[in-house]
Design a binder for this molecule. Structure first.
Ligand code: SAH
Length: 490
């Protein structure tokens, strides 16, 4: 073991959209022993550091008010504990754009604790961008200034800003009326366009526009609250043509993405990028095969089969895990040919050094069974979970072929947390990627919500399980499923 040593990463967590975290930030989170996070740092980011102790040090929300001095002291203390630890300090937006990151760095420097700064995407630029407002634009604005609207943090000196084209106000919603008045007093035209963006880059993003004269009234009327940013300048007019994030039907929709295997989180990413409020819900968990003797015997004779069929990524991973445990490797396949249900399963095999001999042109168990180029006397093995659908065996059977199914692993119902059950009750729509997901969800939480499903096969399974509000994706892509989630139940 290497000697532990105290180290602090001051990390900009970005403005809210978890996709706007930097690669360097993810690396630091993965290595952290302790993570201190903020009100403005999306808690979703903590999935990058399941190993770490996490401490909420926000000055708003659930905890008691924590003073900046206490946070500084805690940073140093946690870094020095246990003979030296890696501390990641997640701060909303960028580390050094307001938010007192400089003071935290000074505390580390004073205590002799080495530190690094991982800059983040600042809300000052990202929130306007997600509202369709570029902070500079050729011929419209050549300069911008980022100011605090919090009067405690310094006097305004708005006169000095008279040459700056775009003004970006942070922390100012509550003082907006006074700030607008002072800006007009300092010479800014009352009819200068202005926009306020609340919770920019997140599913809660809302924007109101007006002029310097009217913006405070508009914000009050719409009920916008902190955190919010106000942009003042001609660039605000560009929003009419440059809106993109807040135009789609998914913005703010509460979507529960059910998972019966890995990989579905790609869908969560697609939905989040379109502004949906996503909760991922695992419906199953994996357990060892219930018949290990048969499994071991089968795997030690893999080479005697003509074909070995694999119908999920997890099956591939589990197969190689078992082979490894038995002291075997990819050579166990011998002369057996290998088929994958679709391209993702094929890629999983390739990662383990096996190039599948066959993948159906259209992914799916029925196509695999219908098109497998096997001869009449072929010995076919299907390694799967006990609940794998029978579509494969049925399609083979229709051609007079037989497959031996051996249980490679079991899937058991997951036990949802209270928060997950609440998310289900609050959901506008729930996505289902397979028939087994439909059945598992029905068992778990009933059928009383709109669902969006991947294809006709899943639709049939969902209806059979009792779901009545079913929207089907136009094709078998994540984008089409995201489209369906945008219209389902609306
Ligand atoms: N370091 C941060 C700013 C911290 S000051 C950054 O670079 O973004 C806190 C202020 O930032 C809030 O009062 C608000 O004005 C602004 N802010 C932070 N996140 C925001 C968001 N998602 N949408 C709008 N404003 C945000």
């Amino acid at each position: 073991m290497t000697a532990a040593r105290a180290f602090v990463s001051l990390i900009g967590a970005g403005p809210g959209d978890p996709g706007l975290l930097t690669v360097r930030a993810v690396e630091a989170l993965r290595r952290a022993d302790v993570v201190l996070f903020d009100y403005l740092a999306n808690p979703e980011l903590l999935r990058h550091c399941p190993q770490a102790e996490t401490i909420y040090v926000g000055k708003k929300g659930f905890s008691e008010y924590i003073r900046q001095e206490d946070i500084n002291a805690l940073l140093v203390q946690k870094a020095q504990e246990n003979g030296g630890q890696r501390v990641a300090r997640l701060k909303g937006g960028d580390v050094y754009v307001f938010g007192r990151g400089g003071e935290e760095a000074e505390a580390c420097a004073r205590a002799g604790v080495p530190f690094e700064v991982v800059p983040g995407v600042t809300s000052a630029i990202a929130a306007p961008a997600y509202a369709g407002i570029p902070v500079t634009h050729r011929e419209v604005a050549r300069s911008f200034a980022v100011l605090t609207g919090n009067t405690q943090e310094g006097d305004a000196h708005y006169e000095r800003l008279s040459g700056v084209d775009t003004l970006i106000l942070l922390m100012g919603v509550r003082n907006l009326r006074a700030i607008a008045r002072d800006l007009i007093g300092a010479g800014r035209a009352p009819e200068t366009p202005a926009a306020t963006v609340q919770w920019g880059t997140t599913p809660r993003q809302r924007t109101v526009t007006g002029t310097l004269q009217t913006i405070a009234d508009e914000v009050e009327r719409a009920g916008l609250e902190a955190p919010a940013i106000t942009v003042v300048g001609e660039v605000v007019r560009l929003r009419d043509t440059l809106r993109w994030f807040d135009t789609g039907p998914l913005l703010g929709r509460r979507v529960v993405v059910t998972r019966t295997r890995e990989g579905n989180s790609d869908l969560a990413g697609v939905l989040r990028a379109r502004g949906a409020d996503v909760v991922e819900l695992p419906l199953i968990r994996y357990a060892p095969s219930g018949d290990l003797p048969t499994l071991y015997r089968t795997l030690s004779q893999l080479g005697t089969y003509s074909w070995v069929l694999l119908t999920s990524n997890h099956a591939v991973e589990e197969l190689f895990r078992q082979l490894d445990e038995m002291g075997l490797d990819a050579r166990a396949f011998g002369a057996a040919r290998v088929a994958a249900v679709g391209p993702a399963t094929a890629r999983a095999l390739e990662r383990h050094g096996i190039r599948p001999d066959f993948t159906p042109g259209t992914p799916g168990a029925a196509h695999l069974g219908g098109d497998l180029p096997a001869s009449a006397d072929a010995r076919i093995l299907h390694l799967a979970s006990h609940i794998a659908e029978d579509a494969l065996e049925e399609a083979l059977g229709a051609r007079g072929l037989n497959a031996e199914r051996v249980e490679l692993y079991r899937t058991e119902p997951a036990e949802p947390t209270d928060a997950e059950l609440q998310a289900l009750r609050d959901a506008d729509v729930v996505t289902l990627a397979s028939g087994s997901a439909a059945r598992a969800l029905a068992d778990l939480a009933g059928t009383d919500f709109p669902v969006a499903v991947m294809g006709p096969q899943t639709e049939r399974a969902a209806r059979a399980a009792g779901f009545t509000h079913v929207t089907v994706a136009a094709d078998a892509t994540l984008d089409a499923l995201a489209d369906a989630a945008g219209t389902a139940g609306a």
